[in-house]
Write a protein that binds this ligand. Structure first.
Ligand code: EPU
Length: 419
């Protein structure tokens, strides 16, 4: 199995370009199932989760072409609307195919996702919402099937009992082809939801309110082809900003969207990180030598993202004092704690609250990645630790970070892939 070996303490200078957002590209790819016409998507990141989604689209009958980094997805002729276990088991976001398939084909059969490292993560709210739109839900042999009534899905009012990002996206897609108006309340407000609404609107959907907690969708008879450029990855940007806060020396993070990073930038400033806006989509970050401890509680957008919690913990390991981190979105997203402890970081865990005693020596060690963002946390810690860190199970990183070693090496880090 491949490992990443990082020699800590190198100062980083130069420019890191930010890729398209994995979590916006995944629903955009699923949305192409809603139309018989080709959809052109720009800035789709080259990461494993995207390749998995493309495999799923191909299994469903779509054809995909790539030229100059632009992907054209043609879902004219779909086969059986079934998302098989072999694909879904490796990526929960496959459940994003449910809504589009139920809307376009009148039926969708998707393997139930299993547990995942960061928590149970059920899809009950996707299913409850589809039921409100008139679908009959059946479960057997590890699959869930959504069957639309004979006249197709019907617009309806659904209040999410808790906020779900992909649940909002799934139902928004289903509602675009439903008869009548759908109102989704307590919807997710993440930039990825807004980006999907923009793509769907270009495809002919009628959507109001994306980015607020109430989204209204007026169903149309059909959607058409479109061209769309995916938003930049705010979590990738945040991860490199965290690295720059520790070892940056005028490190430029380029091609990000500052308005998507509000809560993260605010916390970085509170921690006394030197941040400078050098262009509309560029931030320059430098290590200050000293970092103030800053408490963080994860929340839905516009709050501090759970996908930055692990990287924040790495940062706080180097801060001058005690900080607290509360995780409110996922019940088991602290697997990086045991690994950071191996690097000498003192962390106490109590339920969903971590207390980090920063400022002690952090030394390189052999550590194990357990999920995507936990791996990113270990990379950030490794870049600033004394000595070498070897991160095992690096395939977790490959699911969501495009060209991580190349990007870091280009700005002066010592990062290499070893067996
Ligand atoms: N939940 C339910 N029932 C549902 C759906 C969600 O109980 O039907 C619960 C989940 O178990 C969780 C909470 O609601 O406790 C929020 O989950 P959400 O549905 O919002 O998560 P998701 O849509 O599955 C997306 C991102 C995650 C990110 C979360 C939260 C994608 C493809 N994934 O997941 O990204 O952590 O939103 O912001 O968009 C990552 O990129 O590393 C990652 C895990």
């Amino acid at each position: 199995m491949q490992k990443l070996r990082i020699e800590g303490g190198r100062r980083l200078a130069g420019r890191i370009p930010i890729s398209g957002a994995k979590n916006a590209a995944l629903p955009a790819l699923a949305a192409t199932l809603l139309t018989e016409e080709p959809v052109r998507l720009e800035r789709i990141p080259g990461v494993v989760d995207i390749r998995t989604m493309i495999r799923l689209l191909e299994a469903l009958g779509a054809s995909i072409e790539e030229s100059n980094g632009v992907k054209t997805i043609d879902a004219r002729a779909l086969g059986e609307p079934v998302a098989p276990y072999e694909v879904v088991k490796t990526m929960r976001a496959s459940s994003l195919a449910l809504g589009p398939l139920a809307a376009r084909c009148g039926r969708a059969r998707v393997s139930l996702p299993g547990g995942c490292a960061i928590g149970a993560r059920p899809i009950n709210l996707h299913l409850a919402g589809l039921e409100v739109l008139g679908a009959r839900i059946e479960q057997e042999a590890g699959y869930v099937e959504a069957i639309a009534p004979s006249g197709g899905l019907r617009g309806a009012h659904y209040v999410f009992p808790r906020i779900t990002v992909t649940g909002t996206e799934d139902l928004m897609m289903a509602a675009t082809l439903a008869r009548g108006v759908t109102v989704l309340d307590n919807a997710a407000r993440e930039p990825e939801v807004v980006d999907l609404a923009e793509l769907l609107t270009k495809m002919g959907a009628r959507i109001q309110g994306a980015g607020s907690s109430r989204i209204e969708i007026e169903g149309v008879d059909r959607l058409h082809g479109a061209e769309h450029r995916i938003i930049p990855d705010r979590i990738e940007a945040g991860t490199y900003l965290a690295a720059g806060a520790l070892v940056g020396d005028g490190l430029e993070i380029d091609g990000l969207e500052p308005s998507h990073l509000g809560a993260v930038l605010e916390k970085l400033e509170q921690a006394d990180v030197k941040l400078e806006r050098t262009g509309p989509t560029t931030l320059r970050v430098s290590s200050n030598g000293r970092l103030r401890p800053v408490d963080v509680t994860t929340e839905e957008f516009p709050g501090f993202p759970t996908d930055m919690q692990a990287q924040w913990m790495a940062l706080m390991a180097f801060a001058d004092g005690v900080s607290h981190l509360v995780e409110t979105i996922f019940e088991n997203r602290f697997m990086h704690v045991a690994e950071l402890r191996r690097m000498g970081v003192e962390i106490e865990l109590s339920g969903n609250r971590a207390t980090i005693r920063g400022g002690r020596k952090v030394g390189g060690a052999a550590v194990m990645a357990s999920d995507l963002r936990a791996s990113a946390c270990l990379v950030v810690a490794g870049l600033a630790a004394e000595g070498a860190t070897t991160i095992d199970r690096v395939y977790h990183l490959d699911r969501g970070y495009e060209s991580l070693e190349a990007k870091l090496t280009a700005v002066g880090a010592s990062v290499e892939r070893v067996r």
